[in-house]
Design a protein around this ligand. Sequence first.
Ligand SMILES: Cc1ncc(COP(=O)(O)O)c(C=O)c1O
Length: 496
Amino acid sequence: MPRLDQRRTPFFDVLMDYVTAGTIPFHTPGHKQGIGMHKRMRDFIGENVLAIDLTQVGNLDDLNVPTGPLLAAHKLAAQAWGADHTHFLINGSTAGNQAMLMTALRPGDTVILPRNSHKSAVSALIMSAARPVYMQPEVDQSLHLDHCVTPATVERTLADHPEAKAVFITSPTYYGATADLAEIERIVHAAGKLLLIDEAWGPHLHFHPELPPSATSVGADVCVNSTHKLLAAMSQSSMIHVCGSRIDLGRLQSTLRIFQSTSPNQVLLASLDVARMQMATQGEELLGRTLALARQARERLNAIPGVYCMGLDQVGKPGVAGYDETRLVITVKDLEYTGYEADRILRKRYNVQIELADLFNVVALVSLGNTQEHIDRLIFAVSELAREDRPIDIYSPTGVLTDRMKKKSYHLPPIPELVVTPREAFLSDHVEVPFRSSAGRVCAEVVTPYPPGIPLICPGERLTKETIDYLRLELKAGVHIQGPVDEKLRTIRVLP
Ligand SMILES: Cc1ncc(COP(=O)(O)O)c(C=O)c1O
């Protein structure tokens, strides 16, 4: 394909043309370019956003069947990310993962995926009726967090499951580690399987040579990017990229129609068009600045006694083939705080909001919207948190991470037996039973301790005494449990 002019923003332009033309709107949305919206909200968000909050009329194109400016925007994005086809998403990478897995799999197909996959992958298993084979990701014992799966794990699992149709990989992780995608691509394609990559946390990787390789650059069959998470698109705006010819594009298109609204928010779509233009024309410069800020922050954080911020020093450890240095994982356990407490203090006392907290760490994302002042405020807040003469903090009255919690090891119980598929478990009737006596029952829920975010039980798996004992200890140690309706795990939903 000839090189396209990446300075263009065909979809954003067509929205602005509509506004300039002064067209009289007898179409949705009902606020009619803001005129009907209550003043309180209109005054705050401003006329311009509302003027382009339009619907799919005239030449504004149709996300579900793009033929005009949206198709042009998709082609520009594909070329910018080095893909063969790209489609915009307005329900985040959640919809992207669901569409990716549903396109690749048929009922009964086996898919190999890491145990720490995002919940959208689990919901895709429910919808597709596929049969999961889980791989255990690598875990860092001292930081209590999960990394990627290794090529050796992928190779071994494929050898044990030659019937598998596809391999699904998450890279980067929430904590910034990236998998050895080039080697995994070699293994998966040599075995004749599809490679699907959840790159929700890596929309920027493609645009700076000092960041780890992107999924499209290694030839993944499909990958999903949360453009909104780390680039300048608006929340919910993501992209799905396809490389090569192993994916049936017609099926992908029909699957996307299941997951996307017929009234997509045009502002979100325009923000994707402009975010692509920004990356294609200024990406390296903007990310270079972002990397410089993050590197400076990391160095200053590591100079604070008792604080550790991981970085390239982790590369080469199991499950860390590369590292996204824009991620600041700040380990606070030696300050005697849990990450949850540090999160609360940083917010309430210093007005600094981080992205994620777990038992030992808080995670700050540095992106193209951050400034030197933001970094200075973060460093000041963490230095204050680390002061030896710090006052007893009203937001963390205990301020003491027990030795027991610090020494708690991470020997995850084995992945339980899959009795029925996640879909069968989800669609079945459920009964609630006391968790402590649920061994032997087939679970209907996902149970995920945070950290490290690896589900210990997934729908359709048999509960074991070992898993129940492990989870009860986790709860005692103050670990947050996500997934079950009863998050305190007094009860659990199982199949009758
Ligand atoms: C690894 C991973 N994949 C997918 C998603 C879903 O992304 P989105 O929020 O864009 O729907 C997330 C969200 O945090 C995620 O962490």
